[in-house]
Design a binder for this molecule. Structure first.
Ligand SMILES: C[S@@+](CC[C@H](N)C(=O)[O-])C[C@H]1O[C@@H](n2cnc3c(N)ncnc32)[C@H](O)[C@@H]1O
Length: 338
């Protein structure tokens, strides 16, 4: 390790969290956008302050700082001094695990309990909970230096979201993607919400939405699992979701607007740009969670076009494999983006 010379202490940094399986995409994007990675520690990529947002980063802290650790107690004190207010310091896996744990203990932190899908509302911890506390995280570079991450875009720093898996019920694990998205934005459909689930087979997302009490119009060319189709609130329509018009969809809900549109369709990302533009322009729905899947190399032009769609955010989620998620929610329900 050769950090001290490269990273002057107390200077600002940008830290990207990048799960190992998307490292190549992330590094290619960093290169393309002129972001120079100064240090790589586990899932964390440290760059200079003011570095660009990168969609393949699962989390980004644009306000990260290197702090000194002369001793355990002094390291904890230096962290506290960075925020000057009540802070939940999440310990993340970097170097020097034992020393990092001792600092976490000195800060009085306990591991966050996992939360199950059926249990809503989402636990509010730190940022956005209105109690004047913030979420932050830290990991160690060396014995004497650590990195503190403030204002993560993921709401749970490092996208370390303790989702408890449901062992019975969902026909696939795909619902975890939705669950992560809801946890990240701190918002989810309320009972009675009118929602579309496009590309819904075998039914993991439809299951998850019906479980929240939504009225789900679920659409796929392939059949839904019968147990999901039989859930209260679920209507299944077999067919091509690209052909569903906003007028048809609202007619299904008695002419009322749609609260959320979800899509987990396997399709060319460029087709999603057209689809989303139509639905945004129609004005019938304000909230979207849309998977963007890639076959082989990611389609850069489509990524740029999706990232430029008004009001949305494109990002890699921890539950995504080789895919991104485009999310659009009204400003007040989303984490403010620096
Ligand atoms: C990854 S699966 C969806 C998994 C689902 N979200 C779940 O939780 O079980 C993708 C689905 O997209 C569907 N699909 C692809 N193109 C479609 C289209 N044009 N219209 C409707 N469904 C489509 C496929 O049939 C496939 O079932």
């Amino acid at each position: 390790m050769i950090i001290p010379k490269k990273i002057p202490t107390t200077s600002g940094r940008t830290v990207y969290t990048v799960p190992a399986e998307i490292r190549d995409e992330f590094l290619a994007e960093a290169k393309r956008k002129g972001v120079q990675i100064l240090e790589e520690v586990g899932e964390f990529y440290v760059a200079d302050t003011g570095s660009a947002d990168l969609v393949w980063a699962t989390d980004v802290s644009f306000r990260a700082f290197v702090f000194e650790i002369p001793s355990i107690a002094h390291g904890a004190k230096n962290l506290r001094a960075l925020t000057g207010q009540k802070t939940y310091w999440q310990l993340l896996e970097g170097n020097q695990h034992r020393r990092a744990t001792l600092i976490s203990e000195a800060l009085g932190e306990r591991e966050m309990e996992s939360f199950s899908y059926a249990k809503v509302p989402l636990p509010k911890r730190g940022l956005g909970d209105g109690t004047g506390t913030i979420n932050a995280a830290f990991f160690l570079l060396t014995t004497n230096l650590g990195v503190a991450m403030l204002d993560s875009v993921a709401r749970f720093p490092g996208a370390a979201i303790p989702l408890r898996e449901e062992k019975v019920g969902p026909p696939s694990r795909a619902y975890l993607k939705l669950w992560e998205a809801f946890a990240r934005i701190g918002d989810y459909p309320l009972p009675g919400a009118r929602v579309l689930d496009l590309g819904s087979c075998p039914g993991g997302w439809t299951w998850a939405l019906a479980k929240l009490g939504c009225e789900v119009l679920s659409m796929d060319g392939a059949p839904l699992e019968p147990a999901v189709e039989a859930m209260p609130g679920v209507t299944f329509k077999k067919g091509d979701a690209f052909k569903l018009t906003p007028a048809e969809a609202t007619a299904h809900f008695g002419g009322k607007p749609i609260d959320w549109i979800f899509s987990d369709m396997i399709c060319e990302p460029a087709r999603l740009v057209t689809l989303l533009t139509t639905w945004i322009e129609s004005g019938v729905c304000g909230r979207f969670i849309i998977s963007v899947k890639f076959k082989g190399e990611a389609d850069q032009a489509a990524i740029d076009a999706l990232a430029a769609l008004p009001g949305g955010t494109l990002r890699h989620l921890r539950q995504n494999k080789h895919e991104l998620t485009w999310i659009k929610v009204p400003h007040e329900s989303s984490v403010p983006h620096p």
